[in-house]
Write a protein that binds this ligand. Structure first.
Ligand SMILES: Nc1ncnc2c1ncn2[C@@H]1O[C@H](COP(=O)(O)OP(=O)(O)OP(=O)(O)O)[C@@H](O)[C@H]1O
Length: 306
């Protein structure tokens, strides 16, 4: 179980203050998969780091299996397995098996226990055939699987995964998602992702962060209910503020996926139920434009069309 209670975190660099998390609260029950979503810099990794006891919140507290991240760090560490996005801890010249045995031993297992557990986990993540191959020869997908195996070494009840399928090809990421589902039956899993299809496929609960604030949370159905239908429109012009809904551009005409009640002049091709991606774009508001168009000259399609 994970419980986050009024967590805030401000980073200070020189005179600049960045409010990475602002009064964030949510709960995730045992056996559930939670997904933290939000634009770049929304605060997802900061929250994962707080839950991993890598950084301390300025205020509020979070609980992992009932243990406080601010007061019971050791207990929290025994209850979590983490897989961070920038994974540099593995030894490149050691095999997958030797890497896992090493991490088992430094986490307190005897050599024989570590070997037994490593073999078991390599089987689980589908790397048995590659166990004696050096880590540096592993593909991105294999490296990520090994990182997941390492997170599971002590069989912790809570698993934290920061962008677990980043950089993986379609088949590997689908494979990895199946693995996450298998593991989740016994555990609480919190992951971050920018891939809305992945979130749709995996998450029992979705927590949407925007500039460090939780702006929506709930089941997939609850999040989807934030938006009525969407319409796909071919239009000659994009009304101000609706740039984020453009999905295509061709010879001076735009294709938009917009919430049904938005007023856009054009030909409506079809109306559809919204996807999570639609709701995400809708909820993110001007954030999408500011992250996509740093030039301030409008979307890629505008620049392309100029
Ligand atoms: N150690 C740090 N020092 C200063 N600022 C930081 C630090 N870590 C994070 N930040 C800032 O805090 C904000 C939240 O960052 P965070 O990495 O949590 O976002 P994120 O949602 O994980 O983003 P992304 O999707 O790009 O990984 C950002 O503005 C980031 O620049």
């Amino acid at each position: 179980m994970i419980k986050v209670v009024n967590v805030s975190k401000v980073f200070r660099t020189g005179k600049k203050e960045i409010r990475a998390l602002n009064d964030v609260s949510f709960e995730l029950e045992k056996g559930k998969i939670g997904a933290l979503v939000g634009h770049n810099g929304a605060g997802k990794t900061t929250l994962i780091k707080i839950l991993s006891t890598l950084i301390i919140p300025d205020s509020g507290d979070a609980f992992v299996n009932g243990y406080s991240v601010t007061k019971q760090e050791k207990e929290v560490r025994r209850n979590i397995g983490t897989m961070m996005v920038s994974e540099r801890a593995f030894y490149f010249r050691l095999s997958g098996l030797d890497n896992l045995v090493f991490f088992g031993i430094i986490q307190g297992l005897s050599r024989s226990e570590a070997k037994r557990r490593a073999e078991e986990l390599l089987e689980l993540v589908g790397l048995s055939e590659w166990k004696n191959v050096q880590y540096m020869k592993y593909s991105t997908g294999m490296q990520r699987k090994l990182a997941l195996a390492r997170a599971l070494i002590l069989d912790p009840p809570v698993i934290l995964l920061d962008e677990p399928t980043l950089g993986m090809d379609v088949v590997s990421s689908r494979d990895f998602r199946s693995l996450i589902k298998i593991i989740s039956k016994e555990k609480t899993i919190l992951l971050t992702s920018h891939n809305m299809k992945e979130v749709e496929d995996l998450a029992d609960k979705i927590i949407v962060l925007k500039r460090g604030n939780v702006i929506a949370q709930g089941s997939k159905e609850e999040i989807l209910s934030r938006l009525g239908k969407v319409k796909v429109i071919v239009a000659k012009n994009v009304p101000k503020g609706l740039d984020k809904y453009v999905i295509g551009y061709n010879n001076g005409t735009f294709i938009l996926r917009v919430p049904q009640d938005e007023n856009v002049e054009g030909e409506v091709l079809r109306e559809e139920k919204p996807t999570l991606e639609d709701v995400f774009v809708y909820l993110m508001g001007e954030e999408m434009d500011s992250t996509r168009n740093r030039s301030g000259r409008g979307g890629w399609w505008r620049r392309w069309g100029e």
